[in-house]
Design a protein around this ligand. Structure first.
Ligand SMILES: Cc1cc2nc3c(=O)[nH]c(=O)nc-3n(C[C@H](O)[C@H](O)[C@H](O)COP(=O)(O)OP(=O)(O)OC[C@H]3O[C@@H](n4cnc5c(N)ncnc54)[C@H](O)[C@@H]3O)c2cc1C
Length: 413
């Protein structure tokens, strides 16, 4: 595994930096203030080929790797967190799941939308099923060739702006028997029964709406069922495997926010004078800046390693443990680095006239969304202890029951 970027990758990063440091940087404060989706930035990202970069060439994409997409994510996020997140979801998560598990027509549909600038929404979390996502109650009942979906999701990124939705639901056969958790595709504006509910007033990352998404007898035709190859039985595990790409992307947004805060702090420390000297001459600040650089390098190396693990060990997605380790480390690193960088600015860091408070508010999200730092530690612990670690009270008994059900289904297939 090499950490050296190729000439082509360096060129890609330079192109991303050029866009990030001009249009995206100019819009960032206004996006935060107005809480409006940055459609100008989306158009520029689309024109530059940064949406759908990971889509295979035969579908019109650039066939780029997760590492390459993350180089762009870091640059965008270092000026504007929401724009970094749009690049993540335009290249990872739902689109990766569809490219890998979808039929040819689903791949075509998703690729066309993303390449035209759509940021797909992933609908997993429910009011009573957050960390315990597998306890979701949204259900998909088989009707003829398709399914009818009913339920309510919340905290859905892009609610009301995203067109393509990947919906996770508990699947029931016509006889009422439960088949597992599956993924279903719907397009807002075309699918009847998909409604956008209330928007959350968020602390940061305000340019992207987080909303409820409600399904009322949403009809999913057979060709919009994202059937994982192993069937619904393993559907949730397969879909969550694809989600590892998004976890690395989310970690990279946190990295970008921290890198942006550090860049500002470094420049400010050289300019600002107190006691007749630039504050960068004081060892107290030199060590803070040095610590920031150490943390950033470590986080970047871990995330690049996680991104590069895709395609190894028989999976097209990043390794689950590395993705979890990368997101834990980077999300917590970003809290410290954005806070310390704000400190370097003194009172100005606390003012909305400077970007430091926005970067710190934006960074606060990443230990929560997309798997909390606590739940991801459980993922890591499960791998290093080489055992499943169910979190429900009767989890181990359920595990045994599930194994029995799986064996019965396997025998019947
Ligand atoms: C900005 C943002 C965007 C999001 N976007 C999406 C999206 O697009 N799609 C989507 O489906 N979801 C999305 N989410 C939801 C997110 O994935 C959930 O918030 C997250 O999974 C945690 O669920 P919860 O908020 O219900 O917290 P809870 O599960 O209620 O957890 C509360 C606290 O308890 C801790 N905890 C819970 N269980 C355990 C345990 N077993 N061991 C140790 N600690 C535990 C948690 O770590 C947390 O600190 C988003 C969230 C945010 C903040």
């Amino acid at each position: 595994m090499s950490f050296d970027l190729t000439t082509d990758q360096l060129g890609l990063r330079a192109r991303a930096r050029e866009l990030a440091s001009t249009l995206v940087a100019d819009n960032a404060a206004e996006v935060d203030r107005t809480e409006e989706y940055p459609w100008d930035n989306v158009k520029a990202l689309t024109d530059a080929g940064f949406m759908g970069m990971t889509v295979p060439k035969e579908l019109g994409g650039a066939g780029r790797s997760f590492l390459e997409a993350n180089l762009v994510v870091e640059e965008m996020a270092s000026y504007c967190g929401p724009t970094g997140r749009i690049v993540v979801e335009g290249n990872m998560g739902a689109i990766s799941a569809i490219i890998h598990y979808g039929t040819k027509s689903q791949q075509r549909l998703a690729a066309d939308l993303v390449l035209a600038g759509d940021k797909p929404a992933i609908c997993i979390t429910e009011p009573d099923a957050g960390s315990a996502a597998s306890l979701m109650t949204t259900r998909a009942d088989k009707r003829g060739d398709g399914y009818i979906v009913n339920g309510k999701k919340h905290w859905i990124t892009g609610g009301g702006v995203s067109r393509l939705h990947l919906i996770f639901a508990r699947v029931f056969d016509e006889d009422g028997s439960e088949l597992g958790i599956g993924g279903f595709l719907a397009i807002r504006g075309e699918a009847k029964g998909l409604h956008i509910g209330a928007r959350e007033p968020t602390m940061g990352l305000r340019g992207i709406p987080e909303t409820e998404v409600i399904f009322e007898d949403l009809e999913i035709p057979a060709d919009m069922v994202l059937m994982p190859p192993s069937g619904f039985k393993r559907g949730f595990a397969d879909l969550m495997n694809a989600y590892n790409s998004q976890r690395v992307g989310a970690g990279t947004v946190a990295l970008g926010l921290a890198a942006g805060a550090y860049r500002n702090a470094l420049a400010f420390a050289k300019e600002r004078e107190q006691f007749g000297r630039p504050i960068a001459e004081f060892q107290g600040l030199q060590w803070m800046l040095a610590d920031m650089s150490v943390q950033l390098e470590a986080a970047r190396a871990l995330l690049h390693k996680a991104a590069l693990s895709a395609g190894h060990n028989g999976s097209p997605f990043p390794d689950a443990t590395l993705a979890a380790q990368g997101k834990i480390f980077t999300s917590e690193m970003a809290l410290k680095v954005t806070t310390d960088a704000l400190q370097v600015f003194g009172a100005r860091g606390y003012s909305r006239n400077y970007p430091m408070e926005r970067l710190a508010r934006d960074a606060r999200m990443f230990t929560i969304g997309g798997g909390t730092a606590q739940i991801l530690r459980t993922v890591v612990a499960s791998r290093i202890l080489e055992q499943k670690l169910p979190q429900t009270r009767d989890g181990f008994a359920q595990l045994a029951e599930q194994a029995e059900r799986d064996a019965r289904l396997e025998a019947a297939e």
